[in-house]
Ligand binder design. Structure first.
Ligand SMILES: [Zn+2]
Length: 315
């Protein structure tokens, strides 16, 4: 069987749902497409994630503007991936905030990642010509950064929890509301992309730190909003299980091809029908194979390398 490359044949629009999680806290989920959010300060807005293009971002902002017309002071980016950051220019934010590693990764591999992700998921790139260039964070931090929201709104804490989905993921945490925007560090009923990941740290210390914050509502990178302590625990457990199974199966394999087949067999019964499962798995297994064979930092994905790995494993 010949599978179409990555998500290149996935062309049906997804239903977007805007949810008000608490007063002034918004999430837009989209059936497994990248989630975004926004948090109101007293006289400004913090937006979380930028989508793949300015045109896609403007559709989200039009929906947000039905609820609030406050100016956007901060655009927070959870990590460097193109489908999260390239829509940034639409926000007109005074500051673009990310972890310092995210800025370094954009400098090191932002161009290649843009080409790679565009070929993998063309549907997300609405009017790709509207992207003015790479997105450069203007404020970066190492461990944590606190945004004081004003009035009695409390604070929004941006936290680095360790290496995980990438080298520089952050989570956005509202302690007073116990609401977390977790970026791609946690997925809820959506498959994981781990092609740029650090599986051993992500599945252990990093997820432990995410869980320790004690969220009662969690917006993952993709999939539905997780609600209640049990719902949040289930989303984190799903993410950890996906990684743990990958580590076990790839670790037991004698070749890359065998690693792919074993992992596919082990994950498919539980996760095979979830969004982007087939798309991600070859890239995931390739990176974990490298990680377990001493390649410290993820190799840069290029449009060419994507095709090679896909043809080797998924065809
Ligand atoms: Zn990502």
């Amino acid at each position: 069987m010949v599978r179409p490359f990555a998500s290149s044949a996935d062309l049906d629009d997804k239903q977007q749902v805007l949810e008000v999680l608490a007063e002034g806290v918004y999430a837009l989920t989209a059936e497994g497409d990248p989630n975004v959010g926004a948090i109101e300060g007293e006289d400004f807005l913090v937006c979380f994630e930028a989508l793949a293009t300015p045109v896609a971002a403007r559709e989200w902002l039009a929906r947000l503007r039905e609820h609030t017309d406050k100016p956007i002071r901060y655009l927070v980016l959870s990590h460097y991936h193109a489908v999260r950051v390239l829509g940034a220019s639409a926000f007109g934010a005074r500051m673009i905030v990310a972890h310092e590693k995210t800025r370094e990764l954009i400098a090191e591999r932002g161009e290649q990642d843009w080409a790679s992700e565009y070929a993998r998921m063309p549907r997300l790139f609405k009017d790709p010509g509207s992207i003015p260039g790479l997105t450069w964070p203007t404020v970066t931090f190492d461990d944590r950064l606190t945004i004081h929201l004003g009035g009695d709104r409390g604070e929004l804490v941006l936290r680095y929890c360790g290496r995980g989905h990438t080298e520089g993921d952050l989570v956005a945490w509202l302690p007073r509301r116990r609401i977390m925007f977790a970026g791609d560090l946690v997925e809820s009923q959506a498959a994981l992309y781990t092609g740029d990941a650090f599986h051993r740290e992500w599945s252990s210390a990093t997820l432990d730190r995410v869980a320790a914050l004690g969220a009662e509502t969690l917006v993952g990178g993709r999939g539905a909003v997780a609600r209640g302590k049990e719902g949040v625990a289930a989303a984190i457990a799903q993410t950890r299980d996906f990684l743990t199974v990958m580590l076990r199966e790839v670790g037991a394999a004698g070749s890359l091809k065998e690693a792919f087949e074993r992992t596919h067999r082990a994950l498919a019964p539980r996760y095979g029908s979830w969004p982007i499962f087939e798309h991600c798995l070859p890239f995931n297994v390739s990176r974990l194979w490298d990680e377990l064979h001493g390649v410290e930092r993820p190799r840069i994905w290029t449009a060419e390398r994507d095709r090679e790995v896909w043809d080797q494993l998924q065809s």
